[in-house]
Design a protein around this ligand. Sequence first.
Ligand SMILES: NC(=O)c1ccc[n+]([C@@H]2O[C@H](COP(=O)([O-])OP(=O)(O)OC[C@H]3O[C@@H](n4cnc5c(N)ncnc54)[C@H](O)[C@@H]3O)[C@@H](O)[C@H]2O)c1
Length: 423
Amino acid sequence: MKSDQIAIIGLGYVGLPLAHAFSSKYKVIGLDINPDRVNELKSGFDRTLELSETQVNECLENGLEFTTNIEDAKDCNIYIVTVPTPINSENEPDLTPLIKSSQSIGTVLKKDDIVIYESTVYPGATEEICVPELEKFSGLEFNKDFFCGYSPERINPGDKEHTVTKILKVTSGSTSETAKKVDELYKSIITAGTHLAPSIKVAEAAKVIENTQRDVNIALINELSMIFDKLGIDTNSVIEAAGTKWNFIKLTPGLVGGHCIGVDPYYLTFKAQSIGYTPNLILGARQINNSMSKLIADKTIKYMVKADKKLNGANILVMGATFKENCPDMRNSKVLDIIKELEEFECKVDVYDYWIDKSDRESKGLNFIEELPFESKKYDAIIVAVGHDKFKEITEEQYTNMSKGEPIVIDVKGIVKKPTWRL
Ligand SMILES: NC(=O)c1ccc[n+]([C@@H]2O[C@H](COP(=O)([O-])OP(=O)(O)OC[C@H]3O[C@@H](n4cnc5c(N)ncnc54)[C@H](O)[C@@H]3O)[C@@H](O)[C@H]2O)c1
């Protein structure tokens, strides 16, 4: 065991795999404010499915302690913050979890400790928002008594190939000595290596632009798909053809939900606007991506009307409710917006998603069904909203046998062989 003792604050998609990785070499305390989360981890279960039961048990065998009490982390000298950074209803950063966790760390912070933030923020947030809280609650002085680092996380929920230790990690520190220490700390567990950025602000900005770039690129493809739809050209065939050029960025149209890509650009636009710059391209991209749910609902309604189907009381099946394929994460899923839109027309929507845990289903107020009713002849329209692997195996005949009258199959992810309409 190495001599540093590490506390990971926030045991979600990011914090838990990180705690697991560090626990193989360090004494680790894993802290979360949610007692249910701590209890389930103590029992060996991770509802995010990022860690298997064996891996959660490895944490416990390695001596990792799961707790809700910051006092249990008072002997640590390194605190790593992996709490959520959501947006509020105005699409502005909600920094409450970052502020609260910094205050809590402040109560146990000691001389020479290092606090490393991993949560995605705008450039400047660590030093402008978090550090003052650490100082206030510890009575210590920044860069004299204690130090900070920032090392953004790049994992991708549900991705079992690019796991935390296999992704090159950007590191940074509030002094050159701290930066070196932070970099060495991550080097000790990240097999893919590290990139030491020249400052905390650079590392913060690097993370937020990774996701902003992706959001803007997807928005472009979404906009193109709307143009091609009006022109009667199949977008996927256009992308296939354009993708033969070496520098074409091959993305497909789709919904942009989740905790990262649909959220992080707003952190950057908030900061830009606070200094008097209006980021039209980034905000325009957000608007386009947010409009895709309505487009899909509108198309479904259009094809139902064309087929003379009655909207009021129509049965619609939505396959997939997570924000992306092959994971149980429903945060900011835009599929929920499609459902809301259809319910405005008094349609009855059944939702099938084998990835979502029963307890999570109940909280959403949706009509989840346990199995796909293959012979039911029930549905006036079917929306294949998420590209889960099992959905790729469903045959044309099975779609037909689930449909009432003329099958209407709306394919959001390009996985249905003969859809009525494809995004
Ligand atoms: N999910 C991803 O794949 C991903 C990838 C890269 C970066 N990020 C960023 O990492 C950060 C964490 O994301 P996540 O997906 O792990 O979130 P999450 O919601 O899965 O987990 C966060 C955990 O923090 C806990 N928490 C909240 N406030 C706390 C507090 N004050 N003290 C202690 N625990 C607290 C919550 O109970 C929750 O269990 C965010 O900034 C996110 O943008 C996420």
